[in-house]
Write a protein that binds this ligand. Structure first.
Ligand SMILES: C[S@@+](CC[C@H](N)C(=O)[O-])C[C@H]1O[C@@H](n2cnc3c(N)ncnc32)[C@H](O)[C@@H]1O
Length: 317
């Protein structure tokens, strides 16, 4: 069977780690093509024409754009399986029977409009967040929006530790345009020693970013301060700063613990820290880091778990 994956990011890496070995992929697809991903060729969308193709797994949250591109190329929609399929209860997928034979019943069931989105009139009529960001994790993003409204007037900077391609950072920058936003990341992936027991796809995909392209995506780049390298070394000289909003999203235990040790004492009164992946069963080190921090600091953090895709813990100060 000829199977392609559209996308060369974390979703593609996760898919390879969890259900579909890279050897079963004919090629990865991207806008421009070129190079390899996990040892498989990456080809441009146009090159698909004329090749045998049974199934295309769309591992990209910009589903509407992807659907339009495939339609323009004359690709049969029955061959497309959207892995980010939980936006606005719209089920885009038509090829479930075939996908089940490739990916398994349980995985495919998890794609069938598993998210129930409720837009209440409390939310503003005008949606400030980009649709592709909301499609990634609606609850996480709308929680960010509500928290940013609350911390906007609190003195202090904003920061994200664990930026990757800047998807979440650009929303923080959009929602808190008045605040200096510190972005901490290696922009070359995880520390190899810390990630040695992580999946190859997860590790590889996180290397594919760079600080310049992240900066170019920011709506208010003049408010951004990039601190590239391994945290906490990259926080040197910022000891006197205070933070009204922090996103801590480094996936692994030691780095999460470093993040808590550095940021918690520097949070402004009334500030908020969003700790991603707190209840993610694939990343148990995040919850362990919280337990270790609470034990060593002799405190019980004030945390509200939210029901987003990976179980963010919202810490308040
Ligand atoms: C899951 S990604 C962040 C995703 C991003 N917050 C988003 O939602 O769009 C995790 C990032 O943490 C970074 N990271 C992990 N440990 C780090 C450390 N000790 N210092 C700097 N960056 C680190 C990795 O390089 C990776 O880019």
């Amino acid at each position: 069977m000829d199977i392609y994956i559209y996308g060369t990011g974390c979703s593609a890496g996760d898919l390879i780690d969890s259900v579909l070995p890279a050897e079963r992929i004919s090629a990865f697809l991207s806008e421009t093509g070129g190079g390899t991903f996990l040892g498989r060729p990456v080809i441009a969308l146009q090159e698909l024409a004329g090749r045998p193709c049974d199934l295309i797994l769309v591992a990209d949250r910009r589903a509407d754009e992807a659907a339009a591109r495939f339609a323009a190329l004359g690709i049969d929609p029955e061959k497309l399986l959207f892995l980010k399929n939980h936006f606005a209860l719209l089920d885009r997928n038509r090829c479930y029977p075939l996908a089940k034979t490739v990916l398994g019943e349980a995985f495919v069931r998890s794609l069938q409009c598993s998210e129930h989105l409720i837009r209440s009139p409390l939310w503003s009529q005008e949606e400030p967040l980009p649709a592709d960001a909301l499609a990634g994790d609606y609850v996480r993003l709308k929680t960010l929006e509500a928290l940013c409204r609350r911390v906007a007037e609190i003195p202090g900077c904003a920061a994200e530790l664990g930026v990757y391609r800047g998807d979440f950072a650009r929303c923080i920058n959009l929602l808190l345009p008045q605040k200096e936003l510190y972005l901490f990341d290696t922009f070359t992936g995880f520390d190899a020693r810390e990630a040695q027991s992580s999946g190859a796809g997860f590790v590889f995909a996180h290397r594919l970013t760079d600080a310049e392209s992240v900066l170019s995506r920011m709506p208010h780049p003049r408010r951004i301060v990039v601190r590239q390298g391994l945290f906490p070394e990259t926080a040197a000289g910022l000891e006197e700063k205070r933070f009204a909003f922090v996103s801590l999203d480094v996936d692994l235990e030691e780095s999460t613990l470093h993040g808590l040790r550095w940021f918690v004492p520097r949070m402004a009164q009334g500030g908020t820290l969003m700790l991603h992946d707190y209840e993610n069963p694939k990343l148990p080190g995040v919850k362990r880091a919280v337990e270790r921090y609470e034990q060593e600091a002799g405190v019980r953090l004030c945390g509200v778990p939210i029901p987003d895709i990976n179980g963010t813990l919202v810490l308040t100060f």
